[in-house]
Design a protein. Structure first.
Lengths: 373, 224
C-alpha cells in the first residue's frame, strides 16, 4: 500500500529533527506562534532593538520556529519580503573565537553580494554621503569602520573592475584580512582583528542595511545551551559579544536566543546564562510540554497539510489520534517525540494495508511494539 | 585542615589558570596555599603518569604512621590496592584518611575525589567509606566554594568563582562529549543513543551550574 492509498501525499511526521525543507508548515503550538508573530509585528511598529529568549525542552519546537520564521515572510502582516533581513546561526560548538565565527556566519547568511547591492542602491536613491552621514549620527559608530565600509562597497574603488571583484575584496576583509597593498589602494586604514572590531563592523553593516525604508533584522541564534561547553573566559566573551552586538545595533534588530532547558523553570536560565546576558532579555517565549488536547490539535493540523482529500478525517480519526496521544508518557509530549510515535504508526498501517485504522489497530500496533522492545 | 586528593581532581583543578593581583594561579595552587594537601603513593604514581612535573616539585605522598598501606590493603580491601585494581587510588586515599585521623590526631580531613562513581558505587569501597564517617567528600566543585568563602577578600571574586565553575563544567563536558563521539564513531552506540546521552550530559551541565551558582550566591551573602 502507498501513502496515497491512506489519503496522504507524504508521512506528515517524517521529520523528527527540524529540517529547512517543509518549514512552510506550522501545526499546533498556537500560543508560541502568536507570541512570535506579535514580536515580528511590533518590531516594525516600534523600531527599537529587542532580545527574545525562546526556551523549553529539547525537541519542543524552538528550532522549527526559527526555520519557520526565517523562511516564511509575513506578508499577511503587511510586511514585504525585502523589509526583513533574516539570519539563522547556530552557536559555534567551539568556544575559542566563537564571537568572530558568529559574525562571519551572519555575513554568510546575509550574503556579501546583497550588502553591496543594497548599499549601492541606497546610495543612488539618496543624496550624496547619505550612508556616511546617517551612520555618523550615532556617536558609538567608529569613523574608521564607516570609512572602510563605504570604500569597500563603492564601485569606483573596485580593484578588480567587476562586481565579483567587490565581493571578493569584501570577503577578504571579513575572512582573511586584506593585504597592505590592497588596503592602501582602497584607502582603508584598519583591518578587523579583535572580536570588538568585528562586532563594530557588523553593527555598522546592519545599521546601513536598515537605513532608508523601514527594514528590520531578525537574528536567530540557536542552541545557546551549548554555551555550557565553553570555558569560563570563552563564556564571558560570548556574553560580551551578545551585549556588544545588541548595543551596537540599537534599533531595527530583534535577536532571538533559543535555549534548551532540560529541567527546571525560567529562573534557572538566569543562573545558566549569567546576569550579563539575562539583563539584556526583553521578552521570553516558552515552549512547554504539550497536553493531550494540544497533541490532538498538533497532529490533526499537521496531517491536514498532507491529506489528499482534506474533507476526510482519514488516515487518522480524532479518536485514534487521541488514543495514541493518551498513551504517550507525559514527559515525551513534545513535538519531536510525538513525531516519532506517529511516524511509526503511519508506517505500521501502510505495512499492514490498513486503510481506515481503528483503536483496535492501534492496540495491535502497541502490542507489536512492546514485543519488539 | 588536610585535603586528601585523587588523581582526577588533581588534573581537573590544574586545567585552567587565572590571575589574581598579577600572579597566575590554578584552583589547585590556590588550594595548596590555603590547606595541606596529601595523597597516597598510589595516587602520586597516577599523577606522575599524567603530569611528570607535578610530584617532583612537591612530594605530597603521605607517610603512614603505624600500619603500612599494605596492611590496610589486606585488612580492608582484600589486597586489591596492591593488585592495581580499579579504584586503587581512591582505596589507598581512604586508607590515608583513616590513618591520619587515628594516628595523627587530625580531625579535619577532606576526601577529595571527582571519581564519584568509585566512591558512591555499591561495592566495598562505599561500605568502608561509610564506616568512617569523619571525612566529608568533596569534588572539585566544592573546592571552588571553599576558596570563594575563605579567599574572597584576597581577590578570588564572585566573577572568578563563577568563571572557574564554568571552567570545570566545560572541562568535564568536553571530555564526556568527546567520549560519546568516539563511542558513536566506533558504532558502540547508535545515533539515538548518542542523542540521549548528549541530552543527559546537558542535564548534568545545567543541574551542576544551577546548583553551584546557587551555593555561590549563598556564600556571597556571608562574604559581603
Amino acid at each position: 500500500m502507498e501513502l496515497k492509498d491512506i489519503n496522504l501525499t507524504q508521512n506528515p511526521f517524517q521529520d523528527i529533527t527540524p529540517s529547512r525543507e517543509g518549514v512552510e508548515i506550522w501545526a499546533g503550538l498556537k500560543e508560541q506562534k502568536k507570541q512570535i508573530t506579535n514580536i515580528y509585528s511590533n518590531a516594525f511598529d516600534r523600531n527599537y532593538r529587542q532580545v527574545v529568549l525562546n526556551w523549553g525542552p529539547v525537541g519542543g519546537g524552538k528550532t522549527h520556529a526559527a526555520f519557520y520564521f526565517y523562511k516564511n515572510k509575513l506578508r499577511e502582516l503587511g510586511i514585504s519580503d525585502n523589509q526583513i533581513i533574516s539570519v539563522y546561526v547556530n552557536l559555534p560548538r567551539e568556544g575559542k573565537g566563537a564571537g568572530i565565527e558568529t559574525v562571519r556566519g551572519i555575513f554568510d547568511q546575509i550574503r556579501v553580494e546583497r550588502i553591496i547591492d543594497d548599499l549601492n542602491t541606497l546610495s543612488k536613491e539618496k543624496e550624496e554621503n547619505y550612508i556616511v552621514n546617517e551612520l555618523k549620527k550615532e556617536i558609538t559608530s567608529s569613523e574608521a569602520f564607516i570609512d572602510s565600509l563605504v570604500k569597500l562597497v563603492a564601485p569606483k574603488n573596485n580593484l578588480f573592475g567587476n562586481q565579483q571583484g567587490l565581493v571578493q575584496i569584501f570577503k577578504k576583509y571579513i575572512y582573511d584580512g586584506i593585504n597592505t597593498n590592497d588596503a592602501k589602494k582602497l584607502g582603508i586604514a584598519r583591518s578587523l582583528k579583535t572580536m570588538d572590531e568585528y562586532v563594530s563592523f557588523l553593527g555598522l553593516v546592519l545599521k546601513a542595511l536598515t537605513l532608508g525604508e523601514q527594514k528590520h533584522v531578525f537574528l536567530w541564534i540557536d542552541e545557546m545551551e551549548d554555551l555550557l561547553y565553553y570555558s569560563g573566559k570563552e563564556f564571558k566573551q560570548y556574553s560580551q559579544f551578545i551585549r556588544n552586538l545588541t548595543d551596537s545595533v540599537n534599533k531595527n534588530m530583534t535577536t532571538f536566543l533559543n535555549f534548551t532547558l532540560t529541567e527546571g523553570e525560567e529562573d534557572s536560565i538566569k543562573h545558566l546564562l549569567g546576569d550579563a546576558m539575562w539583563s539584556r532579555i526583553d521578552s521570553k517565549v516558552r515552549f512547554r510540554d504539550l497536553s493531550v488536547e494540544d497533541v490532538v490539535e498538533y497532529c490533526t493540523e499537521l496531517i491536514s497539510f498532507y491529506q489528499v482529500d482534506k474533507n476526510s478525517e482519514f488516515p487518522l480519526s480524532k479518536q485514534v489520534v487521541e488514543y495514541i496521544a493518551k498513551n504517550i508518557p507525559a514527559s515525551s509530549l513534545i513535538p519531536r517525540e510525538i513525531n516519532k510515535v506517529f511516524r511509526d504508526y503511519i508506517y505500521f498501517i501502510l505495512e499492514n494495508d490498513i486503510k481506515k485504522p481503528t483503536i483496535n489497530d492501534v492496540k495491535k500496533w502497541q502490542f507489536e511494539r512492546q514485543s519488539v522492545t | 585542615m588536610v585535603c586528601v586528593i585523587d588523581a582526577c581532581s588533581y588534573i581537573y583543578l590544574n586545567q585552567h589558570s587565572f590571575t589574581i593581583a598579577g600572579k597566575d594561579y590554578t584552583l589547585f595552587s590556590l588550594l595548596d596555599q590555603l590547606i595541606t594537601i596529601r595523597q597516597s603513593e598510589v595516587v602520586g604514581q597516577e599523577i606522575l603518569l599524567a603530569s611528570e612535573s607535578a610530584i617532583k616539585r612537591n612530594n605530597r605522598n603521605y607517610k603512614f604512621k603505624r600500619r603500612s598501606l599494605a596492611e590496610y590493603d589486606n585488612l580492608l580491601f582484600d589486597g586489591t590496592i596492591g593488585s592495581s585494581s580499579k579504584d586503587a587510588g581512591e582505596k589507598a586515599n581512604l586508607a590515608v584518611c583513616i590513618d591520619m585521623f587515628k594516628y595523627k590526631n587530625n580531625s579535619q580531613i577532606v576526601f577529595l575525589s571527582d571519581d564519584l562513581k568509585a566512591v558512591k558505587s555499591e561495592d566495598k569501597l562505599h561500605t568502608i567509606y561509610d564506616a568512617f564517617p569523619y571525612f566529608p567528600l568533596w569534588t572539585s566543585f566544592e573546592v571552588i566554594l571553599f576558596i570563594y568563602h575563605v579567599y574572597k577578600r584576597k581577590g578570588f571574586t564572585s566573577d572568578l568563582a563563577r568563571q572557574t565553575l564554568q571552567d570545570l563544567i566545560s572541562f568535564h563536558s568536553n571530555i564526556r562529549h568527546e567520549g560519546l563521539k568516539a563511542q558513536k564513531n566506533r558504532l558502540d552506540i547508535n545515533n539515538d543513543q548518542f542523542a540521549q546521552n548528549v541530552q543527559k550530559l546537558q542535564t548534568w551541565q545545567q543541574k551542576t551550574k544551577r546548583m553551584y551558582t546557587e551555593r555561590l550566591d549563598i556564600i556571597e551573602q556571608v562574604n559581603s
